[in-house]
Every structure is written in C-alpha cells, then in structure tokens.
Design a protein around this ligand. Sequence first.
Ligand SMILES: *Cc1c(COP(=O)(O)O)cnc(C)c1O
Length: 473
Amino acid sequence: MQFDFDLKQRKRILETVFEKIENYYSSTKDFKTNPDLNIKEIRESILTKELAIGINPVKAIQHVIKGLENFSVHTPHPKYFGLFNPRSNYAGIIADLITATYNPQLAAWSHAPFAVEVEELLIKEFANKFGYNRNADGVFTTGGAEANLTAILCALNHKYSKFARDGAFGLDKKPVIFCSAEAHHSIQKAAKVVGLGYNLVKSIPTTNDLKLDTEVLLQEIKNLDTSVYSPLMIIGTAGTTGTGTIDQLNQLNYICKKYNIWFHVDAAYGGGAILSQDLKHNLSGIEKSDSITFDAHKWMSVPMGTSIFLTSKDDILGKTFRITTEYMPKEADKLTVTEPFTHSIQWSRRFIGLKVYLSLLFYGWQGYEQTINHQAKIGRYLKSQLLKNGWVIKNNTNLPVVCFTKNEFETDSNFTKKILNNILANGKSWLSIYPIKGISTFRACITNYNTTEKEIDELIDELNKEATLYAKQ
Ligand SMILES: *Cc1c(COP(=O)(O)O)cnc(C)c1O
C-alpha cells in the first residue's frame, strides 16, 4: 500500500493544503462567524461509500476543508467574541504539523530526550513566571479538564499516603472539594471520574462582585461534620469561564494554610495575565498555591490540546502516577531525568509542548506580552463604547471578558435571547449569553489577537440596531 505517495503527489497534496489554509488564514474575517445548524445537510455532506477504497487525496482534502469551512463556528474569526477559543497562531499550526511528522513518543525520556527536555524547560519557565520556586514540577496536559483532574489526584495522594493503593475505599473520611458556584464544571466531572462523586464538590456562592464568598467558605469548613467529612482542597478560579472574575487568591491561601487544605488555582484562561507586567498583579497569591491549571490553548493562542499543570510540591506527581513496568525503556534510570509516563495521566504522549516552544521562539515572551496587553486594551475599549451607548456592564474584571445588558430589559430574558438569535442568524459576530445573579447578559470575550477597535465598533452597531428594533416591537 502506497501510504507514503511519491514526491510529486506529496507536493501536490501539501500545495493543496497550503493554498486552502492560506486562503482561510488570510481571509478568515470574510467567513460567516457561524453556520446554519442543518443537521440533515451536514450529515449528508460527509462521505461514506468513498471510505471503502478511498478517493483522490486532493479531492479528499477539498472535501474536508469545505466541510470545516461550511459547518463550523469560526473561532479564528476576529469577531468571534466567544469562549476563550483563540485563533491559532502560525507557530502553533506549524508545530502540530512537525509533531505529527516526527511523531516523537514522550512516554519515556530516552525515546524523545530533546522533546522531553523542551517540555521540562517550559515547565520550569512557567513555574517561575507564576512565582513558584525552583523545585516546582509540572506536566503538559491535553486541556484544563485533565489538569484539574490531575490536581485532585495530587491532593488526594498528598493527604492520603495509601490512596494510590486503596483508592477511595481506603479513606476514613469523605474528602470535600470547595470551589465557587462560578467555577468550571470540569471539577464536578473530575470528582465523578476519580470516584469521589460530585456530591463532594461544595459550590460556595459568590459575593456581589462574583468572587467566591470567603465568609461562607469559612462557615462551611467550620460546619463540616468531621466525623464524616474532611476538607481536601480549595479551588480558586483565576478568570471564571462565565465572567472572567478572579477569586481572592490571597484569602483562599490563608484559609488553606490555616486548615491544612490543598490550594489549587484554576487559571485555565486568566493565567495568561501572568505574562503581562500590567496585568500580573491581578493574580497575586497564585504563587502560594500548591498547584495551578493553565491552558496555553486559550490566551496563548496555540491550537487545542495544550494545557499545563504546575505544582509547587516536587514529589507529588511521581507519588500520584508512578508505576513500574518491565517493558518501558530504562536507559534513563541512571540519569537524573523525569520519565513523563510516571508524571502524567497519559501514557503515549504527543509533543504537546512544541506548540508553546515554537511560539516563544517565533514571538518571544515579549510578543506575548504585547498581544495580551492589546487584547486587554480592546476589552477596555469594548467596555467604554458599551457604556457610551447606554449599555450596563454586569461583571467586574481586568481581563477582557465583558458581560452587559440594558437596564430597562434586565428582567426580560427575551431581550438577550431574541437579539442573540438575530445576531447569530446574520453570522457577522459570535457572542453568547451568560446569566449573572438572575440577570441574562450578553458575554463578549476578546479571544482573538487580531480583534481591533474596528471589529468592536461593528459589534456595537449591530447590538444597537437590534436593541432599537427590540424596543420598538
Ligand atoms: C476552559 C476552562 C477549563 C477547561 O479546560 P479545557 O482546556 O477545556 O479542558 C477549566 N477551567 C476554566 C476556568 C476554564 O476556563
């Protein structure tokens, strides 16, 4: 079977891909932000009988690209004001292509020493940025969900020396995880996966500024029936998914230390602020945490599947994941290196870190700082233009996530629903709705490094027009 093709065919295939992705990359803004969701049409567009013996590769590529262009929300679009899904930067795109070609196996150090050492270096660099000391450890994960799951496992193995052997059945008390009602639901999911059950995740209500209410948290800890329960961890969110709010990390840390509780910070999105001198103060307290989740595939604009778990406890990943096997290569035993498969939920591992390494080599920390400052600035511009145009803002954060509505329609949830329907039907902008303390708001996040004042002006025009129409009916 000619899986490799010959040079001429490979060139033709790559040229087709190049031409197509170049067209998409250079004119993303000309696409409708989102497709019509006609499931019949979508399913019918997918090839089935062609699977038996295959088709011409160029035709196959054209087909796949047409499918993606017609039937996706275009998250790389400069008017996608969405859910932290960025436009992939060019370094990240190239890194994924290179990784697929060389396909280094990052389970064992000796199979891919360059790649593993690159990831180790990046872990140290990020640990340093977040203010951890030199003993900090970490691992690349596929996403924030895997990183949060890793955090819960580390907290359990830290507190219970026999957890690795006996699991939840060996626990004398039920471990409780505290987070805010605005925390990401991957925490509940992780509690299900671990076998604790989501009942042991206690969602603490938020104050008016949407931060975890530390008074209520303290009461909940004091009220725990300690004959049955034991506090395991407190998870602070640095940049909530809904409103971009950062919990009071210093206070959460104080409570954790007082009660000997693991302190995890879910900075999946907001962690990006650490790369900016202007914004990093918002994360004050994160340096005292036991662990951090940070998604590079959000604010660092690398393709999906790129997250980082960091911990200030240097031995905990090994304690949590180490397994000894006869068949894994052991050359590294004699060296002082990390075997990634003993540090990770994953076994065979993709070179996830290359997307970040190549991005830094292309743009530098400096380029990231500029980009992140630019996005924060556009967020401030969006806020000021909304206020000028009679909208009210319902969240309070220095990150570029803005939740807004009109005073006169706060109690009318049809207002946001109807307007959003019209905006999505036009396909010129994508944004979402998020309820804040019972009020339905529009949520717009500057998630694309190419978004400028012009796109904001266009969005505001669209919103104003729709709001006027709504008021008239
Ligand atoms: C996105 C997000 C997650 C989940 O991360 P994935 O990369 O989607 O798995 C977790 N926590 C927060 C705060 C997030 O914003």
